[in-house]
Design a protein around this ligand. Sequence first.
Ligand code: ZN
Length: 416
Amino acid sequence: MIPVSLDNQLKNYARLLIRTGCALKPGQEVLLTAPVDAAPFARMVVEEAWAAGAGAVTVEWADDVVSRLHYLHAPQSAFEKVPEWKALQRNGAAERGAVILSLDGEDPDGMAGVDPSRFTAWSRSVHRDCKVFYDGMDLGRNVWCIAGAATPKWAKKVFPNLSEAEAVEKLWKAILSTARADGSDPALAWKDHSAAFQRRVELLNARQFHALHYTSQNGTDFTVGLNKDHVWAGGGAETVDGTWFFPNMPTEEIFTSPHRCRAEGVVHSALPLNYNGGLIEDFWVRFEEGKAVDCGAKQGLDLLKSILAVDEGATHLGEVALVPHASPIAQSGILFYSTLYDENAACHLALGKGFPECVKGGLEMDEETLKAHNINLSATHVDFMIGTADLSIMGLLPDGSSAPIFQNGNWAGEFA
Ligand code: ZN
């Protein structure tokens, strides 16, 4: 469904995804995953890919209803191995240097009632059988980009009180504005956005703060340690051959992985956390020596405790992310029920696995070495939002001095 009034903006958005998000080069192959319920927009993307000189365009259609039926009824063996043709399609495209573009329009409730062990089995199988494909993205050989596309079921979840057509139009508008694609020159808007990211990332990396101190009216008073040689990242990414691209559109966060054993104090949630189909609301976690030692919640305390119980690493932090309250996603006030959007809505922390790229040389380290560098290891990674409109974050230096990073929820001092 393409609301007629948005036709031009959606064309601009399709062009932005191909030319800026994927930085497509003439002759390069495109592997596009798209929801069937957003087919008209997917076709616009395909048209833009050819217009940009693509060498081949392959579309892998995703259908929530068919997927759910598969998860419900297929024999267990179907989740233990990826069909050869499918593995060949993905691995082959990655080997030929394809850009991998995914349009995300999933129905947030589309997998209700599916046995979660089937997801685990399938995830294990695709990562094993499509290793070339995933390594291509993880190790910077292939360009990849995930962006939103409105579908009726997703739109009705976000705007339950509107008619389907109104909900879809409103969701498209939110997608376009948060992706900075609703103006006359989205590519230029992203050039500016990217430059702002780069300046702050470079500044944070140069400062090498020893710790961050968070305070907010809601009771948050929390200090988290940063590693020696920690690396902040955010905005775009670069392939090993030097192509600058955007893995997520929108993107608002600048993040690093903290010291797994240095976190003290209490953090309060700023937004509800959707976890395994349940909601955790108004919650807090208290840390001692990097470990979550106590927690409370107005709703969903058992769910919160189930996150901490995944493994030892789930009680430590793997990510600290800085997102200004002035960003378009936070300002929209919309709960998208989609990680791509909701994780970019506020400053957050994550319990669980840290990122190897967030310590110098980390991509070449094995797990033991990463742990020795205080990067947390875990089977899980769960983000939770702590960024309020009054949040203050001070950067602490080893000599005891400090500098403001955030004031009243937004970049402050030299970071403003
Ligand atoms: Zn994050």
